[in-house]
Write a protein that binds this ligand. Structure first.
Ligand code: HEM
Length: 149
């Protein structure tokens, strides 16, 4: 945990809010450009894009703040996402990285090397936590667990 990282991350969220930019639009365009076949998995991109974007940002900030709710939320996320098909881990990684990249574009000129590094470190922690959750579901409940790779 780093108070300095969390403060930098909050400052970029405030910069994006002040700029009035809703990053989910560019984020989902970019995600579907990279994974066009995945678009059909979404019943409502409008509804899901709000929650997926907000919760990804919240989880990264929560990790920076050492919040205990992040792990159960990640475990639940990984389990409920079984309903959306076999989602490769590479798509989770890409979605998280794209979220940070779109946040950085929207936060300019408040974005700095330090804020990018604070977000990236917690993005990497979130990716590791998703891997752990997938592995634990696979071990606890082999028949119905989300795939690991
Ligand atoms: C850290 C990453 C992610 C977070 C925090 C997240 C979060 C969420 C949340 C909160 C929902 C809404 C569930 C509900 O309202 O019942 C959702 C739906 C969904 N997510 Fe994610 N998600 C993530 C990554 C992904 C990835 C990588 C994919 C792969 C394409 C994906 C595909 C979907 C789909 C298909 C839906 C259902 C949308 C619909 O029914 O319209 N998610 N996600």
């Amino acid at each position: 945990m780093s108070d300095a990282d969390a403060a930098l991350m909050e400052a970029s969220l405030i910069a994006v809010a002040d700029a009035g930019i809703d990053i989910r639009h560019a984020l989902f365009e970019r995600f579907f450009a990279a994974y066009p076949d995945r678009r059909a998995s979404f019943i409502s991109v409008d509804a899901a894009s709000r929650r997926m974007t907000d919760e990804t940002l919240q989880m990264m900030l929560g990790l920076a703040q050492d919040e205990g709710w992040v792990w159960p939320l990640v475990a639940e996320l990984v389990f409920t996402h079984r309903s959306y098909g076999a989602l490769p881990i590479a798509e989770y990684d890409a979605f998280i990285d794209m979220t940070v990249e779109e946040l950085g574009l929207a936060a300019r000129p408040a974005w700095s090397a330090a804020s990018a590094s604070a977000w990236q470190q917690n993005a990497d922690s979130l990716k590791a936590m998703i891997r752990k959750a997938r592995a634990e579901w696979a071990s606890a409940m082999p028949a119905g667990a989300p795939q690991i790779a």
